[in-house]
Write a new protein. Structure first.
Length: 274
């Protein structure tokens, strides 16, 4: 995951180069599948206590929610809200929440999420029970995606995915997908780069469709700079079920249905077998 995120930042420049020079227009959608609406679940659990396993620290097997820290109390694991976050002075660590509130870092946002969820003192807004990351960076005015850019978006996205693939290969990080790069080189549409991204995104879990959860990282990294990304993903999700199938992904990236071949499983299975 981390390597993809790093490259996302790295290559956002390539991705954006086409868009920046263009004039900005207006076409705002009221409701967006991929914008601010998904709850990430499993967040209502109260402080949980698990029994100590002989000889192992109880926190070793305990999973706390985001913004929480496990401490051992009387031999039992206890998840409590983080008491402090490192004070980040550099705005590059800032994050913007879905309520358009800037936090010093993701840690600060997660901590506030925990405090507010548990109704603890220090919560920034008692009415906000769910505080989510919207994007990395200070909150700002996000400009709408003009129709013209939206039309060009699939082409830019395909070229960008191909560029990311090449860059990963240069860094010996493309792993099992190296053969797909060869295929992606062979056609102008870079269909295999489009397929590769789908295989890569459909990872948590591998269930043949890409959900908002799987897209969360890429969205929060690119959203503040690339105003067409969220409207584009909404378009991809043709049947509005908050999931993108491979067919939908290929289609919204402008591929003919006969080139959309599901290679993910074969490649991933082969890699697992080593
Ligand atoms: C979010 O906050 C920024 C910075 O304060 C502001 O410029 C922008 O208009 C806000 N956006 C919305 C949708 O309120």
């Amino acid at each position: 995951m981390m390597k993809t995120v790093l490259l996302t930042f790295l290559l956002v420049g390539v991705f954006l180069s086409g868009a920046l020079a263009k004039k900005r227009g207006r076409n705002k959608k009221d409701k967006s599948t991929f914008d601010n609406v998904i709850e990430l679940g499993a967040e209502e659990s109260e402080v949980e206590i698990s029994e100590k396993v002989e000889g192992v620290s109880p926190c070793a097997t305990k999973e706390c929610d985001r913004g929480e820290l496990c401490t051992e109390v009387n031999g039992k694991a206890r998840c409590g809200c983080l008491e402090v976050c490192h004070e980040e002075l550099d705005p590059k660590y800032s994050v913007c929440s879905t309520k358009n509130v800037t936090y010093g870092s993701e840690c600060h946002l997660d901590r506030d999420h925990c405090l507010c969820r548990k109704g603890k003192p220090g919560c920034s807004n008692a009415n906000a029970r769910k505080i989510h990351l919207d994007y990395f960076g200070v909150c700002k005015e996000l400009t709408p995606c003009p129709d013209k850019e939206m039309e060009q978006f699939p082409i830019r996205m395909r070229d960008w995915l191909f560029a990311v693939m090449r860059e990963l290969a240069n860094r010996h990080m493309l792993d099992e997908y190296l053969d797909m790069l060869e295929d992606a080189r062979r056609d102008d549409m870079h269909a295999d780069a489009v397929l590769w991204k789908f295989c890569d995104l459909d990872n948590h879990p591998r269930d043949r469709h890409v959900t908002r959860r799987e897209l969360l990282f890429i969205i929060s990294a690119i959203k503040p700079m690339e105003h067409c990304l969220v409207p584009f993903l909404d378009e991809c999700d043709k049947d509005d079920d908050h999931k993108i199938t491979l067919a939908e992904w290929g289609q919204c990236l402008g591929l003919e249905s006969d080139v959309i071949v599901d290679k993910c499983r074969d490649i991933q299975d082969k890699a697992l077998k080593g």
